[in-house]
Design a binder for this molecule. Structure first.
Ligand SMILES: *Cc1c(COP(=O)(O)O)cnc(C)c1O
Length: 389
């Protein structure tokens, strides 16, 4: 890989050479048939990944724009939105809803744990919610949402399920054709960004709407958006040679290549690989006296938020680790200084993560901690042995 550093923050994630090569192809006009063909294929691959019977949207923007697109097109001002929040990015839907005059209710978990399904059921019974947001993997805490428990409860009460997959799509199951205990109980909207588990540079917002979500858009009539209004994008997504707003041509080349890698590996393999990586990283770091704030049964496959052992200085540790070429992120809010966040998603590899585990230990040793990086590496590989069978 051309990268000089290992970018193990919760996105952007390491970019592989074939994606850089795609990105560096000649910029062509957005209506040039050679580009249109690639755009079409990228949209097709996105459909295939989500297995949706509806529409997908691939537009310039970050994950936050994808969140906005999901909300603005499904919930009108004055209607009610229930936010299930397991951290910082869950909370973002509160601010987003309020910005559009939506009535927002929220259920928040303590950081590191999941929201209780019975609390969700209670709220849903009392309120009349148009939609409910779930953050699949909250990037602030490394907690995954329990879709098997939440989706049926929400659908039973008639709300649309909006899933934030920015830190999960292509690594954790988000199959829009999957039924959750009843033929009609499905995920209605999934939104994501290009730069996390898909492994493409930042800059693309990706959203999928099923038929129920599209019907909700129709019912609203006029939405308080122009660029974000899916009405303006449906004709483009069905015929990418048409113009609404200039697509990011080179990024679409890169995204098409990224999606090619995703589908070639296979969704099931990717779910398994990410699950194993997450567990292996967390288990190996225990050897250093570190601990994920999420228990293993609720931990996300894509990233972990790891508490430092007593006496390890956050800024000094991350700076020294960066000197060795491994970039991890600080923790947010009340965990700042007490924990760090490490991504293990997208096109990261076994070798990369083992090296990172060893270098984390080496850094701690230099800072005066008595730890055993060789042993942590062995533990890391042992955890991955199911993958190698
Ligand atoms: C990163 C992230 C976002 C925000 O995405 P941007 O691309 O930074 O706008 C939203 N939700 C989750 C779960 C994320 O991890």
């Amino acid at each position: 890989m051309r990268n000089e550093e290992m970018l193990l923050i919760p996105g952007p994630t390491p970019v592989v050479d074939s994606i850089y090569d795609a990105l560096a192809q000649e910029t062509r006009g957005h209506t040039d048939p050679r580009f249109v063909k690639i755009f079409k294929s990228a949209i097709e691959k996105t459909r295939e990944m989500f297995k949706t019977d509806g529409e997908v949207f691939v537009v310039s923007g970050s994950g936050t724009l994808a969140m906005e697109m999901a909300i603005v097109n499904t919930v009108a001002g004055g209607e009610k939105l229930l936010v299930i929040s397991q951290g910082y990015f869950g909370d973002r839907f509160i601010h987003l809803g309020k910005a559009f005059g939506i009535e927002v209710d929220v259920i928040q978990s303590e950081w590191g744990s999941q929201v209780q399904t019975k609390d969700v059921e209670e709220k849903l019974t009392a309120g009349n919610y148009k939609a409910v947001t779930i953050t699949h993997a909250d990037t602030s805490t490394g907690v995954a949402a329990n879709l098997d428990a939440l989706v049926p409860v929400i659908k039973k009460h008639g709300g649309l399920v909006i899933l934030d997959g920015v830190c999960a799509t292509a690594a954790m199951e988000e199959d829009m054709s999957k039924t959750y205990g009843h033929p009609d109980y499905k995920i209605d909207v999934v939104l994501t960004g290009s730069q996390k588990a898909i492994g493409v540079p930042p800059g693309l917002a990706v959203v999928a709407f099923n038929q129920s979500a599209l019907a909700a858009r129709e019912k609203i009539g006029r939405v308080p958006a122009y660029y974000c209004d899916i009405h303006n994008w449906i004709p483009i997504m069905n015929d990418p040679g048409k113009y609404f707003a200039t697509p990011p041509v080179n990024l679409i080349y890169a995204y098409d290549e990224g999606m090619k890698l995703v589908l070639a590996e296979g969704m099931e393999n990717r779910y398994k690989r990410h699950k194993a990586y997450g567990r292996a990283v967390r288990t190996a770091l225990v050897e250093y006296g570190m601990k994920a704030i999420a228990n293993e049964d609720v931990a996300a496959a894509t990233l972990s938020c790891i508490l430092y052992p007593e006496g390890l200085n956050d800024a000094a540790f991350r700076a020294a680790l960066a000197e060795k070429g491994v970039i991890v992120a600080g923790a947010l809010a009340h965990l700042a200084g007490k924990a760090f966040r490490i991504g293990h998603m997208g096109n990261t590899t076994n070798e990369m993560l083992e090296k990172a585990v060893v270098l984390i230990g080496e850094t701690m040793k230099e800072m005066g901690f008595s730890v055993n990086p060789e042993k942590a590496a062995v533990i890391f590989q042992q955890c991955l042995s199911p993958l190698k069978m």
